[in-house]
Every structure is written in structure tokens, then in C-alpha cells.
Design a protein. Structure first.
Length: 336
């Protein structure tokens, strides 16, 4: 039985990945500081898989706590999710983002090095491509200066791992996520909203639930088919499964570091997302068109040739599935 440490394993993508790891027979240990999650998620994950796992409530920056875990367990690999991910917040508080996201990664690498654990899956982001002009983006698309400190922490994270792997017997896979959305089909786990959502889908579901009065579509004057921005939305369960595929590949790949875009390869506009949500759930969504949001790129979606050919991974859910599962999760959250 392979044993994997999942940092941030009670978070949105982390929790769905723990489910898929357990489904594949992995033994999982989680460290999570509950900054952007809740310890209730542990029992919710176990309600899906029927398999318990150890949770350490702690921070990856606490190297001593990490060392205690590595002393206790012989890990075959680490999936590192623990990081802050709100673009707007990172602009307001860059030091908090560099401290948590960059120093946290360094702490994980230090302890992995001490205990000779050599497989790391790193949670990166399509944000590293910035406002790419050559679409769809491939893994060779130019990395541009990030539009936010959050994006910079992902670019720095990739660089740090590349440099670290040059001098160590170490394998790492960098997964560049596109837009993770939706929730587990059981509706037992999903995106836990903290405060006013900045991302589109939680705002859509909270508007439909009456928590938010109205959704604002940030601009409809872009050079796209309906004027609204295009993104590559990927179901969080599909994304989670890509991590399991990456883990298997990491242990056998000849390279020390490899990079994969993890998207669906399909671009969808904001208005198309709203239509899909309305159609699959039979709900009329209250929205208006507002001004553009600073920092938004007009359009980006993934070339998924590499992830499908090398990892043998293909997404199974479409946008309507994502909207159906996102709404079912929201309804469970707001059930009286
Ligand atoms: C999507 C589209 C908005 C809210 C984020 C992170 C990025 C990465 C992917 C982790 C845009 C529009 C949104 C709203 C709207 N995450 N929108 N009204 O900005 O593409 O990327 O997720 O790696 O780092 O920033 O996602 O959901 O915020 O926006 O019209 O109330 O929806 O303008 O076109 P984004 P998003």
C-alpha cells in the first residue's frame, strides 16, 4: 500500500483528491491548518470512501510538525495543495502570500529532502501563462510576469522545484490547473465558501440560493463570441483524478520534473456557463452586465494533448455536469 502525504487535504481540490487516492487504494495522511477548510471535511471524505485517514491539524510552515509526520510515516510521495489562492487578496496582502505559499513549499521540500521522500505533485496554475495570445496554451507557452502576487507564488514555486530537483534524486510533477469548479456527485464535499466569493461558480450558486442578490458579469465587450471572457472550466473530480495519474507517472518517469496543463481543452464564456447552469438546474439566474474586472485575461484554455497522451488522463464531465453538481452541493449547504 503506497502512503501519500496530502498537504491542504481538507481544502477544495485536496479533499476531492483524497477521495480519489483512497479509491485507488492509497493510504493517505493529511496536514491542514484549517485556514480555508473545516475539520468536518474529514468525516465527509470518509463518508464517501468508507476509509479513515490520519489528520494533523497544522501548518506546512511548521517544519517541526512536518518532521513529526515524516518520522511517524514512511511516505511514498507528497501532494502539496496547502497554499492561499485568492488573487484579489494576494494583491492586498502580498507578504502573507509569499510567506505562506513560497516558504510553505520550501518547508515541505526541506523535510522531504531530510527523509529522502522523492515524489512531489505540485499544485500550479494556468495563471502562470498570464494573458497568453497564442491559444490554446501548451506547456511550452511562454510564462509571463504574473498579474498578481498569487500568480507569482506559483511561478516561483515551479522555479524552486526545478532548481531543487537539479541536485537531488527527486521527481516532481507540476500540474497547471485551469478553472476548477463543481463538487463531488455525492454532494458530501465541495467548495466551502468563506466570505463573498471572488470566483464565478460559487457566486452563481449563491445567487441562485438567494444568498447573493444578483450576479455581475464582469464585462461583455471582449473580442469573444458573446463578449464575455472565456475560461477552461474543469470538474474538480476530473482534476483530482489527474493527481492520481500524475503520482503513478512520477515514480516511473525518467525526467526529474515534468509539467502538465490540466484543463478540458474547451473554452466556455461566462454567459455560456450561466446558460448551462440555468438549463441543467431549471433556474433563471438573476444577473446583470457590469464593467470589466481589473486583471482578467480575455480568454484562455488548455491544449490537453500532453496530459492525455502521457498521463492517459481524460476529463469525463462537461460544463452541465459541473453546474449540476455545484448546485446540488450549494443546496446541501443551505438546507435549513
Ligand atoms: C472566471 C470568469 C470573470 C466572478 C481563478 C483564479 C486563478 C485560478 C483559476 C487557481 C472571469 C468572471 C467572475 C463574478 C464574473 N485558480 N466572473 N463575475 O479569475 O479565471 O481564475 O481561477 O489556480 O488563479 O484567479 O476565475 O472564477 O474568478 O473568473 O463575471 O462574480 O468569470 O471575469 O471572466 P479566474 P473566476
Amino acid at each position: 500500500m503506497k502512503k501519500i502525504l496530502v498537504t491542504g487535504g481538507l481544502g477544495y481540490i485536496g479533499s476531492h483528491t483524497v477521495v480519489e487516492l483512497q479509491n485507488e487504494g492509497y493510504d493517505v495522511v493529511v496536514i491542514d491548518n484549517l485556514n480555508n477548510s473545516s475539520d468536518q471535511v474529514q468525516s465527509r471524505i470518509e463518508s464517501i470512501t468508507g476509509k479513515p485517514f490520519e489528520l494533523l491539524v497544522g501548518d506546512v510552515n511548521d517544519t517541526v510538525a512536518l518532521q513529526s509526520l515524516f518520522k511517524k510515516h514512511s511516505f511514498d510521495g507528497v501532494i502539496h495543495f496547502a497554499a492561499y489562492k485568492a488573487v484579489g487578496e494576494s494583491v492586498e496582502n502580498p507578504i502573507m502570500y509569499y510567506q505562506n505559499n513560497v516558504s510553505g513549499l520550501i518547508s515541505v521540500l526541506e523535510v522531504m529532502n531530510t527523509f529522502k521522500v522523492s515524489n512531489l505533485i505540485f499544485s500550479s496554475s494556468c495563471t502562470v501563462y498570464g494573458a497568453a495570445t497564442d491559444l490554446p496554451v501548451t506547456e511550452n507557452t511562454l510564462i509571463q510576469k504574473a498579474e498578481s502576487p498569487y500568480g507569482t507564488t506559483k511561478i516561483l514555486g515551479e522555479e524552486i522545484i526545478q532548481d531543487f530537483a537539479k541536485h537531488k534524486a527527486f521527481k516532481s510533477i507540476l500540474l497547471r490547473y485551469f478553472n476548477p469548479v463543481g463538487a463531488h456527485p455525492t454532494a458530501h464535499i465541495g467548495e466551502l465558501p468563506l466570505g463573498v466569493p471572488s470566483n464565478l461558480i460559487p457566486f452563481v450558486t449563491q445567487t441562485a440560493a438567494g444568498i447573493r442578490a444578483q450576479l455581475t458579469v464582469y464585462g461583455d465587450d471582449y473580442a469573444t463570441l458573446d463578449g464575455t471572457c472565456i475560461r477552461d472550466y474543469i470538474h474538480v473530480v476530473d482534476l483530482a483524478k489527474a493527481h492520481v495519474k500524475a503520482l503513478k507517472y512520477a515514480s516511473e518517469m525518467s525526467k526529474s520534473v515534468d509539467v502538465f496543463n490540466v484543463g478540458t481543452g474547451n473554452g466556455t464564456t461566462v454567459l455560456e456557463v450561466i446558460r448551462a447552469f440555468e438549463n441543467v438546474n431549471g433556474i433563471k439566474l438573476n444577473y446583470k452586465i457590469g464593467p470589466r474586472r481589473a486583471g482578467d485575461v480575455e480568454q484562455i484554455w488548455a491544449d490537453t494533448t500532453k496530459v492525455s497522451e502521457v498521463l492517459g488522463w481524460k476529463p469525463q464531465y462537461g460544463v452541465e455536469d459541473m453546474m449540476k453538481h455545484a448546485w446540488a452541493w450549494q443546496q446541501g449547504l443551505t438546507k435549513p
